[in-house]
Design a protein around this ligand. Structure first.
Ligand code: ZN
Length: 142
């Protein structure tokens, strides 16, 4: 999660909403990145989507079996869907996102009958630090 936090800080330095993600398989880091929606003019370029895409390309597979994902913020509905499609084994996230999250907030995607693969979910990992990165970013912009 510390690596994901450093990706979140790097995203903030690029002027992006600071969210970072790391995809791991066992002890190996498969991909790490941050939010790049502005840089790429791509509304789908959330940190989670970035590492899922990179991981799938690196592994040459659409299903990232036995991979775990660390992300600093509760995933949104789009990312929760992608995490499910990628068959991620475990999801670790930092701060909850009552406004845009879809895991413990809003649509609770993984609990829906239309969700065909749900990862094991562990929320609140380094939550205070993850929330602080976001808080500092938005405070600076005001
Ligand atoms: Zn997302």
């Amino acid at each position: 999660m510390q690596m994901a936090l450093s990706e979140a800080r790097a995203a903030a330095a690029r002027g992006e909403v600071p969210v970072g993600a790391v995809l791991v398989r066992g002890s190996q880091v498969v991909a790490r990145d941050g939010n790049r929606t502005r840089e790429l003019s791509d509304p789908t370029a959330h940190a989670e989507m970035q590492v899922l895409r990179a991981g799938a390309a690196a592994m040459g597979a659409e299903r990232l079996l036995s991979c775990d994902l660390y992300v600093t913020l509760e995933p949104c509905a789009m990312c929760a869907g992608a995490i499910s499609f990628a068959r991620i084994r475990r999801l670790y996230y930092g701060a909850p996102d009552p406004k845009g999250g879809a895991v413990e907030s809003g649509p609770r995607f993984f609990s829906q009958p239309t969700c065909h693969h749900a990862p094991d979910v562990y929320g609140g990992i380094a939550e205070r630090q993850a929330a602080e990165v976001l808080r500092a970013f938005f405070q600076e912009r005001r």
